[in-house]
Design a binder for this molecule. Structure first.
Ligand code: ADP
Ligand code: MG
Ligand code: MG
Length: 252
């Protein structure tokens, strides 16, 4: 499996320091959860790893299997095996979901080694069944008019089709009803493999009832301030974040 290594990462947005030294290592075969109050920089971390231009890296490093991710363009990061499911996926008019998926898969393959169309369709159909998605979703324009739940299922469809080395899922559970949450979790759990590592960003413990993380990290004020096992998420659900603030002497 691959290794994503984030060291002492500092990130600014419009001159404001948001991440103040994040350390996190994710290996293939591992599921990590990042939790934390709103506004602590969880989405900033995801965007910085994927190379969003608005986020300025002012210190630290990100390496994927020893390769400097910060030196890569956004598309190079995807080609290297990174995948980001965004909190708010964007709409792309004029590109069908199916075409988008196929060109994304082919972008990661050698020229002349494009995925066989029949194989692609079969795999997409199977995964869409798994995610209980309506078949016409394949031919609709990417995310256009998709409901919140459809967007999230579609992100997981992309994940299952692209089979990245490392994925970052930012609030993949937000706005999902319990049935959709179960389906999305089932899809993510199916990805469990030595060749796949995952960082699951979530505000709520609820998702972690369905996806058991190997490690749980708490982010506060731009840093990972505490790490533990699944029991840490349970305690946060029951007691909130105040006890950590007290433990660490953090002021609001
Ligand atoms: P979280 O995902 O943990 O809720 P975010 O990473 O979204 O936190 O936000 C962290 C901080 O950065 C917040 O104070 C937020 O207001 C600020 N921030 C995030 N994105 C932007 C942006 N595009 N422009 C300006 N400030 C931003
Ligand atoms: Mg937020
Ligand atoms: Mg966020």
């Amino acid at each position: 499996g691959s290794t994503l290594e984030i060291k002492d990462l500092h990130v600014e947005i419009e001159g404001k320091q948001i991440l103040k030294g994040v350390n996190l290592t994710i290996n293939g075969g591992e599921f990590h959860a990042v939790m934390g109050p709103n506004g602590t920089g969880k989405s900033t971390l995801a965007s910085a790893v994927m190379g969003h231009p608005k986020y300025e890296i002012t210190g630290g490093s990100i390496h994927l299997d020893g390769k400097d991710v910060l030196e890569m363009e956004v598309d190079e990061r995807a080609q290297a095996g990174l995948f980001l499911a965004m909190q708010y996926p964007s709409e792309i008019s004029g590109v069908t979901n199916s075409d988008f998926l196929r060109s994304s898969i082919n972008a990661r393959r050698e020229e002349g080694d494009e995925i066989n169309l029949m194989k692609f369709i079969k795999e997409m159909d199977g995964n869409m069944d798994e995610l209980e998605m309506d078949k016409n979703m394949a031919q609709r324009y990417l995310n256009e008019g998709f409901s919140g739940g459809e967007k999230k299922r579609n992100e997981i469809l992309q994940l299952m089709m692209l089979k990245p080395a490392i994925a970052i899922l930012d609030e993949i559970d937000s706005g999902l009803d319990i049935d959709a949450l179960k389906v999305v979790s089932k899809g993510i759990n199916k990805m469990r493999d030595e060749a796949f590592g995952c960082l699951i960003i979530t505000h709520y413990q609820r998702l972690l009832d369905y996806i058991t993380p190997d490690k749980v990290h708490v982010m506060m004020q731009g840093r990972v301030v505490k790490s533990g096992g699944p029991e840490l998420a349970k305690r946060l659900e029951e007691e909130g974040y105040d006890w950590i603030k007290q433990e660490l002497g953090i002021e609001d």
